[in-house]
Ligand binder design. Sequence first.
Ligand code: PEP
Ligand code: MN
Length: 264
Amino acid sequence: LASREVKGEPSVIRISDTVAIGGPEIIVMAGPCSVESEEQIIETAKAVKAAGAQVLRGGAFKPRTSPYSFQGLEEEGLKLLAKAREVTGLPIVTEVVNPETADLVAEYADILQIGARNAQNFALLKKVGQLNRPVLLKRGMSMTIQEFLMSAEYVMSEGNQRVILCERGIRTFETATRNTLDLSAIPVLKQMTHLPVVADPSHGTGNYHYVAPMSLAAVAGGADGLMIEVHPDPERASSDGPQSLKPKKFDALMARLRLVAGAV
Ligand code: PEP
Ligand code: MN
């Protein structure tokens, strides 16, 4: 169902009245890794909107590697995201970590994110395939492109055709970066599928220094959009501080992105 052979022209996925992904406009989804407080999410939402982002991201249910790490504000976090949407008008993307809480997350979210750790959680993929929300599907950290596309098929074969693919870096032997952002996956996926493709240079590199160059490279390489972590005070972030941009740096990146987007 995801194949170009089945559908020749690229899919444009409508997120809200004003936002669509897969069309001419590069869509930037920005915000903190985790929703931490009302003040934090509202301040970040206003900042990313002012910089030109079209979608607010924020984790309420967090799939942490360690059970002792911050697990997210859960429903309280979803409520704060809804409040930030009310204030800014930005649609929200947030992660769903298990089938049991998927309906709850779908009540609040405009886009359901499936994280790298759940990219082959087939019960979860089938569940979001039955929900009426676009799905941002992240590539698993050890997934081949073929396996990634099979995960998209799990969602689509349940009836939900609105799948956005996200390259977020894979495990390689290289340790200078948290993951290796597989930039070549972008043109490969664009050739193989009609689905929109976005890149996540925040998780792809794990280091805020590299987020701007990799964002520009991803857009130059044909990405339909980006997911970027932004935090007003990265040093104090509950998760992923080292890869989060401060609003000022994000704003500068958005200005450069417009130049690259206009040139490709
Ligand atoms: C996230 O978006 O904060 C996240 C946990 O991403 P990933 O699943 O790509 O690690
Ligand atoms: Mn994160």
